[in-house]
Design a protein around this ligand. Structure first.
Ligand SMILES: *Cc1c(COP(=O)(O)O)cnc(C)c1O
Length: 226
């Protein structure tokens, strides 16, 4: 199949899946991020032509290069682990950073955003599975974390993100998606104003949506395997 038809078909399948899902927690306005890491610019250009407008990248250098080469700039989200010394490379190119997981990183985002008079939207990444190799903060520390950064002028926290382990059995990851929603609702009851839940990837976006995902991050189901 030609690449444009293939990408169109894959996107349509995800849209159909989203429409089909029924759940009391389902968000009306789900954003699908096409995770384009390692994928060529030509794929992004095809999707932009198909009116897909939000892309996710994991590596600062790759994001910056792709962004600069694109004539029509789509919306980019940064979804990977972010080193503080890479923030300056991407700050003027991203609409949302999903992976804030430490104060030092929040400080650097605040500083770089301030320099260009931007208020940078971010999500706080939570490590709910407690895997030591995973980034993200513990859910018991998130309220303190938010209090610590709430006076930062150039950063706005608009939600939470999580990435559980991969499992063939979606029911194994459902509790983590539910926990992210409940954590958001708890924080909002404490006066924070968090809307977004970035959760669900190619293998588990349906259960994530059932549990209230507002943003799903889909790579291989759109582009094929990496
Ligand atoms: C790569 C990646 C995705 C997409 O993964 P797929 O399984 O290909 O859909 C989503 N979120 C993050 C943080 C990623 O690094």
């Amino acid at each position: 199949m030609e690449r444009d038809k293939e990408l169109f078909h894959n996107l349509l399948k995800i849209k159909d899946d989203i429409n089909f899902i029924k759940s009391p927690f389902k968000c009306d306005n789900i954003i699908t991020i096409a995770v384009s890491k390692t994928k060529p610019l030509s794929d992004i250009e095809i999707l932009v032509k198909l009116n897909h407008s939000v892309f996710g990248e994991n590596y600062a250098q790759e994001l910056a290069e792709k962004y600069d080469l694109l004539k029509e700039k789509p919306s980019f989200h940064f979804i990977g682990a972010l080193q503080s010394n890479k923030v300056a490379q991407i700050i003027d190119k991203v609409d949302l950073i999903h992976s804030v997981d430490r104060i030092s990183l929040a400080k650097e985002i605040d500083r770089c955003a301030g320099k260009i008079n931007k208020k940078q939207d971010v999500l706080i990444q939570l490590n709910l599975t407690k895997e030591e190799t995973k980034s993200g903060i513990d859910e018991n520390n998130v309220e303190d974390f938010l209090n610590e950064i709430k006076d930062f002028q150039n950063i706005k926290v608009i939600g939470l993100m999580t990435m559980p382990f991969f499992s063939q059995d979606n029911e194994e990851v459902r509790p983590f998606f539910k926990q992210l929603r409940e954590t958001r609702d708890y924080l909002n009851s404490k006066g924070f104003n968090l809307h977004h839940l970035s959760m669900g990837m190619s293998g588990d976006y349906k259960v994530a949506i059932e549990e209230g995902a507002t943003i799903i991050r889909v790579g291989s189901s759109i582009f094929g395997s990496r």
